[in-house]
Design a protein around this ligand. Structure first.
Ligand SMILES: [Zn+2]
Length: 476
């Protein structure tokens, strides 16, 4: 009380230069907010996002990084963006190593002979043609494996039985993914002949979840690893029960993946060019590649569909474009280690100052429930003001710690403001990287809610007479 009285009298006396009022963005006008909400309402009546995902998953299907299928996906993307009226549609190719799975088989040899459901981890080395046989040694975490003496597991098959926690925001994945990245290398140090991990996933179905070990670029440099596969959750439970009944279980593991050091991947770009400041760009998109087991519907056909549909809806309503440019980026080779994201950030390094904001949709097809930003402190009023516009869609205001989609991380690291329109990921890791990642898992209404949120957000970012950076910001 005392303080504010003092402040008020100081302001009146001209002693304080009202920093409180100047330290925020100009704000969103009522008319802009209204237009954005109208776009949202229109999006809820449309089906374009679903049609785009259906087209991609049907006409291309799975599209592994660096593969012939990913090349077909790029051709599909170029044709689709042109068909939908985007401008400056083109591919930006880059090199990537190609890893392709072969035979993948595991079985209990003794004392309870039976097949197990496994899939090789991306980047795994091969076993000998006939496979390897070794005694199964279980660890409850990869940390426990790390703690073993070097060379102490000669000829054994390591089994990491670490369970992933189901959460709405996907935070359980961040914790669980360590075993997928580290096991093959740790097992090698201990002298093991092969390794199995409980899938990084939350479902109890009998599918194993694949996923990359270290990034494909790191793998090219570090080959000291053992053949490693993921087990479905019920198979991991089965092994644990079997181990409770006997002292020694013999496992045969056979993996025959192939590795080519150089193949071609690429990003695909399309724009709706701005009318007043075409050089200022709003970036939205998803990743075009997928794992090879399903058809990449939720990961990340959905992200492609959502962002393309949002931009397309804006074009329908504003055929001449908005003030700023809206750019769709479909990143290639995300799954194997964000290779496209790095290529994109490098290729556009001299343009970064003009990137107003970037957002990637890559967390499935569930409803958006929270809006998070990564804006300059003095522009935080936009976190609240955009959240106000999104609220009718059931979206809450988040915080300023947006973690971003994986591919915009490289832009965020260079100072580009980002947002995350955070989806409900409760079921995401039931399907993630499995054969079950298919179109039927997408609810068209939930997908349309995503489009509604993206359309409103993109519209505002493209129209406000301000940006999300600090006034004196000067990024390189
Ligand atoms: Zn993804």
């Amino acid at each position: 009380m005392k303080y504010s009285k003092l402040l008020l009298s100081s302001i009146l006396a001209g002693l304080v230069f009202i920093p409180l009022l100047s330290a925020q963005g100009k704000g969103i006008s009522e008319s802009l907010a209204k237009e954005a909400q109208q776009l949202s309402e229109a999006a809820l009546e449309e089906n374009i996002a679903y049609e785009v995902v259906e087209s991609l998953t049907t006409e291309v299907g799975a599209r592994l990084a660096g593969s012939e299928a990913e090349k077909r996906a790029r051709s599909w993307a170029v044709a689709k963006l042109k068909e939908l009226g985007f401008e400056n549609v083109h591919e930006e190719p880059f090199e990537v190593p190609l890893w392709e799975r072969g035979i993948e088989r595991a079985e209990i040899v003794s004392p309870f002979p039976q097949q197990l459901t496994v899939t090789a981890l991306g980047g795994s080395v091969a076993t000998p043609e006939e496979g390897v046989v070794g005694e199964l040694i279980r660890f409850s975490s990869v940390k426990e494996l790390e703690a073993q003496p070097q060379g102490s597991l000669k000829g054994k098959i390591v089994f990491i039985d670490e369970i992933m926690t189901r959460t709405q925001d996907g935070s359980g994945y961040g914790e669980a993914v360590g075993k997928r990245r580290q096991t093959a290398y740790e097992a090698y140090k201990k002298g093991a002949a092969g390794a199995l991990i409980r899938s990084v996933g939350t479902s109890s179905h009998r599918f194993a979840h694949t996923g990359q070990m270290k990034t494909i670029t790191e793998i090219t440099e570090e080959i000291d690893s053992v053949p490693t596969a993921a087990l479905s959750a019920p198979d991991a439970d089965q092994l644990t029960r079997a181990l409770e009944r006997t002292d020694s279980i013999q496992i045969r593991l056979q993996l025959t993946p192939k590795f080519e050091p150089a193949s071609i991947s690429g990003n695909v770009i399309g724009e709706i060019v701005g009318t007043e400041s075409p050089e200022e760009v709003i970036i939205i998109g998803g990743h075009l590649d997928s794992w090879d087991l399903g058809t990449g519907a939720i990961d990340d056909g959905a992200g492609i569909g959502i962002t393309v549909a949002a931009a397309r809806l804006i074009k329908d309503h504003y055929p001449n474009g908005l003030k700023r440019t809206i750019r769709i980026v479909m990143w290639g080779s995300e799954e194997v280690g964000l290779v496209g994201a790095k290529a994109y950030a490098d290729a556009h390094a001299d343009e970064l100052d003009n990137f107003i904001v970037a957002a990637e949709s890559d967390f499935g097809a569930g409803k958006i429930w929270k809006f998070n930003s990564f804006f300059a402190e003095e522009k935080l009023n936009y976190l609240s003001e955009i959240a106000d516009v999104l609220r009718p869609l059931g979206i809450a205001k988040g915080d300023n710690k947006a973690s971003s989609g994986p591919d915009v991380g490289a832009l965020k690291a260079k100072g580009v403001p980002i947002v995350s329109l955070q989806q409900n990921g409760w079921d995401y890791f039931d399907l993630h990287h499995t054969p079950n990642d298919t179109l039927d898992k997408i609810d068209p209404d939930e997908l349309a809610q995503n489009v509604a949120a993206y359309a409103a957000f993109v519209y505002l970012a493209a129209q406000i007479e301000d940006d999300f950076r600090a006034e004196d910001s000067d990024i390189n």
